[in-house]
Every structure is written in structure tokens, then in C-alpha cells.
Design a protein around this ligand. Structure first.
Ligand code: BTN
Length: 249
């Protein structure tokens, strides 16, 4: 494959891709690994992916977008991932959980970690690394104890195995395609599609604030800037920029 670094094992493909981007790797260059030993998730979490059964990849993008627009690429990438999975499985049982998760029947099947170059980087050198972890051919027993309650995979959901390299090729294509839509038609065009697959919309959900306060409310989906809107029991509207949200049990 052109412009792809395929590693048997690495700490984190996002870290590898970030360094390659700093060294000048071009738009669309990707790192894929059969195994990650220190996979990174959002909010400083670790990403656990049983070796050889998951897709772990990171794509370097040099978007023609202003810096303020870059965090929105999490939603753009989620849409790109959703579309690949819907087409591949022929099923509409999957959905997107704001801001970065691929969900199925209340369980997490995949996640996205977008990391941007420093805000002081010049426009020509600025970049984004889009890291994607997708549970493909894993079974629950492949995951450590507690995680088994919250994760799922394409194999578990569809009773079929999938080629991880083939999935990666389709995903890279889809990411580059939806980035172009974002650049040319604007984030609104992405949101219009994304909202169709929103698993939190109209549902009772919880949000953990940075002050560690739990707020319960109804998910109203992302606003035009990509922040999540939640209406609490008193009817007050909250705009969530970042944080941990979940469906209320
Ligand atoms: C999340 O759901 O918190 C985001 C998970 C992102 C995991 C992927 S796996 C490939 C890439 N490399 C990493 O270290 N993380 C991302």
C-alpha cells in the first residue's frame, strides 16, 4: 500500500503518526499496527485493543480549514467510519455517540482520537492526526474483565469476520472523502448526515462535568459548532464542549 507504514507492534499509532507529521509526512499518510502496547483514548484514557483482531490506525491530514475548525474533524471522522461500517455490514444497527464513538446496541465498537498540531504552527505546516480504533474480529473473551461489559465488535454483532487491511483501505478513502465534503461544503453538510445516526438524540443521558457533577438531561444532538446540546430536568439548556457523556442506565 502506498503512503502507509504497517507495523507489527507499536506503542501507539497516533504517536508514530504525530512524529511523522512533524517530520513532514504528507496529507493522507497513514500508520497501521497489528498490535498497540500503549494505545491512547480520549480524555487521557488508554485504548485496549486485543492484537490482530482490531483495526488500529492513524491518518495524517493537512486540512484546508482554519484552526478553530479542527476539533470538529472528530465528528467528520465518525461519519466517515459509520458510512464504511454501514456499507460493509449492510446493516443499520450501528450509530454514533457524541463526540467520537461508534456504538451498537449500547456497546462501544470503535473510537476516534483526533490530535492537532500546536496552534502556533504555521498554516502550511499544521496537521491533524486522526486515530481510529475499531473492534473487528474480537470476541468478548479477548478483552480484559470489566471492559467485557461495555464493548462489542463487528464479529459479535454480525457473526462475520472481516479483512482488517481491506477495512483500512475503505476507511482511509472515506476519511479523505468526508474531509473534502467538510472543506468544500462546510461542517453543516457533515452535521446534516451525522445527526441521522446520533444514538443520544432524544434519549435520557448523563454528563459528567469537569467539576465532577453529574447532570441528567435529554440529548438534543450537536449544535452547528459541534457542541452537544442537553436539556436538563429544569428545562435549562447546556452546551457541552468536551467530556464524558453516556446514556442513562
Ligand atoms: C477513544 O474512544 O477514546 C478514542 C480511541 C482511539 C484509539 C485509536 S487506536 C489507533 C490510534 N492510536 C492510538 O493510540 N489511539 C488511536
Amino acid at each position: 500500500m502506498d503512503n502507509v507504514l504497517h507495523l507489527t507492534s507499536t506503542a501507539s499509532t497516533n504517536e508514530d503518526a504525530y512524529q511523522l507529521a512533524l517530520d513532514g509526512a504528507q496529507h493522507g499518510y497513514a500508520v497501521i499496527a497489528d498490535e498497540q502496547t500503549s494505545g491512547k483514548g480520549r480524555l487521557g484514557r488508554t485504548w485496549v485493543a486485543p492484537a490482530n483482531t482490531c483495526l488500529c490506525c492513524s491518518l495524517i491530514l493537512r486540512p484546508k480549514l482554519p484552526f478553530v475548525e479542527l476539533p470538529r474533524l472528530t465528528l467528520t471522522s465518525g461519519l466517515a467510519l459509520y458510512k464504511v461500517i454501514e456499507k460493509l455490514t449492510g446493516l443499520n444497527i450501528f450509530g454514533l455517540k457524541w463526540p467520537n464513538d461508534l456504538y451498537c446496541e449500547g456497546k462501544k465498537c470503535g473510537g476516534i482520537l483526533v490530535e492537532s498540531s500546536s496552534p502556533v504552527t504555521s498554516d502550511e505546516k499544521s496537521f491533524v492526526v486522526v486515530g481510529i480504533g475499531l473492534n473487528v474480529n474480537s470476541l468478548l473473551d479477548d478483552f480484559p474483565g470489566k471492559l467485557q461489559e461495555t464493548v462489542t465488535s463487528l464479529l459479535i454483532q454480525t457473526a462475520k469476520h472481516y479483512s482488517i487491511p481491506e477495512l483500512f483501505i475503505q476507511l482511509r478513502h472515506s476519511l479523505l472523502y468526508y474531509l473534502k465534503i467538510h472543506e468544500e461544503l462546510g461542517f453543516k453538510a457533515i452535521l446534516k448526515e451525522w445527526r441521522k445516526y446520533d444514538v443520544l438524540y432524544g434519549k435520557e443521558m448523563q454528563w459528567l462535568t469537569t467539576e465532577k457533577k453529574v447532570i441528567t438531561g435529554i440529548g438534543l444532538g450537536p449544535d452547528d459548532s459541534g457542541q452537544l446540546l442537553v436539556k436538563d430536568r429544569m428545562g435549562d439548556l447546556h452546551m457541552i464542549l468536551s467530556g464524558n457523556v453516556s446514556l442513562k442506565e
